[in-house]
Ligand binder design. Sequence first.
Ligand SMILES: Nc1ncnc2c1ncn2[C@@H]1O[C@H](COP(=O)(O)OP(=O)(O)OP(=O)(O)O)[C@@H](O)[C@H]1O
Ligand SMILES: Cc1ncsc1CCO
Ligand SMILES: [Mg+2]
Length: 540
Amino acid sequence: MIIPKQQVDYSLYLVTDSSMLPPGKTLYDQVKAGLENGVTLVQIREKDTDTKSFIEEGLQVRELCHQFKVPLIINDRVDVALAIDADGVHVGQDDMPIPMVRKLLGPDKILGWSVGLVSEVEELANWGPDMIDYIGIGTLFPTLTKKNQKKSPMGPQGASDILTALETNQASWCKTVGIGGLHPDCIERVIYQCNSSNGRRSIDGIALVSDIMASPNASSSTAVLRELIRGTNFKYVNFQLTPSDVNASNVRDVISQVKNSRPLVHHMTNKVHQNFGANVTLALGSSPIMSEVESEARDLAQIPQASLLLNTGSVAPAATIKTAIRAYNEFKRPIVFDPVGYSATQTRLILNDTLLTFGQFICIKGNSSEILSLARMTEGKMKGVDAAGTDLITKEYLALATQTVAYKYKTIAVCTGETDFIADGTFAGKIQLSEGTEGVTANDVPCYTIENGPIPIMGDITASGCSLGSTIACLLGGLKEDGIAIEAVVGAVQLYKSAGKLASTRARGNGSFHVELIDALYQLFNENKPEEWTAKVNRL
Ligand SMILES: Nc1ncnc2c1ncn2[C@@H]1O[C@H](COP(=O)(O)OP(=O)(O)OP(=O)(O)O)[C@@H](O)[C@H]1O
Ligand SMILES: Cc1ncsc1CCO
Ligand SMILES: [Mg+2]
């Protein structure tokens, strides 16, 4: 062992694959460039190499790694690891059984295991601390490196379930790295979103293959990766995620910012909502564009005050939506996600979960049924797109569901109904390996309610929730660099509820309510006197 195994740094774990080397580069070259630029652990994973060459290569790479005091792990081949006195072995679920590997390796070598299921965590916990040293949690995202993928990618939420299982099974000794489809565009989000539900741990490192092995310039590629992992702040929007005690003067300022900047609110939304949402956006001093054209999403995302409302009510092709998510995340513009009818059908569940895995949303808004199912706090699935059967659920329970969604997706979650709930789980964008949220749990996430008494007609017009999404997207889109996200979201929900109350006193039925709601939004927005709004904000 080059260093005692308790001291291993798992933060940047390079796994080799000589089938993807760029022209003129050897496996040795790429590993060397990686080590020189911050790789902390190396695994040789050669599926198609004969034993003799594997051993020759292994000896050379071992020598190289040890110059950098970095341990060398061998994939699968316990015999090769023993023959070259490598520092450890990594095995998958279909390889040699773990107790046998440990017996062959002895107590001091590193033993790693690929894990994708909670039941596998239970198994390793039962073995106790002398068996497994670390697990590779995956597959996180789709990847070309892994052939015959049996399981679908688990995403950050699946990885969080594994981290939670390590805590609940008292296997805290076991280190973790995330693996599968990890690239510079998602590494910060993975570190940000993956943690155990008790807040005590996050992944200890990132394992990857192609960004170093296939890179024509592995030195600079590794340096980029190193910077991302060392980062302390995930800046996915170019305004602030600072916590705030929202008050009327903050909200007035948010609205002034919208008035001054006239944000472009890009709607990818359902057909029922399109015309209504466009008019709500105009009432709020913003410009709507309804577009599901894949090829223009990148252009729109680059407009300075653009925001994206992504509403999955009528289901646009996943590829189109993903292109838009990637662009808005890249250009640090806000995305409001409205997973309409989240679990009503298998199609919606899969699409919404795929998108939640794929991108980082500043706000996730849903009705009570949607939020309860996102939080996995309900039995069964939704009947349609409207909230149903949640009348008997207590406010405490809805608040916790909203906090759970906020915490799980590291977002600002909004749950609508007679009382609206808003929870801020953004943690100011903080990212760090290993430490999780430093013991902060969903329960502790700041939560606000917005109340204005019952306005039954508001829930009985179609797309009223969708247009709250438009309202949130307008206010977020208008924020300047020093603007604060939670103030825009709370302000939007308070404005919308106040306008709903005003409209309900003027409307004669649900037809005129639509019109009155747009007028009331227009009036309250232009007056900009949040201290006089009838909906009240409470911090729980
Ligand atoms: N009983 C109620 N009292 C007060 N406000 C309500 C009531 N029901 C709904 N609302 C308000 O109406 C808006 C829509 O909420 P709802 O929960 O119906 O969303 P939704 O089901 O997503 O709507 P849709 O899918 O039709 O767009 C929210 O702004 C919410 O605050
Ligand atoms: C009625 C309806 N169906 C799909 S989306 C939508 C609008 C309200 O969510
Ligand atoms: Mg509704």
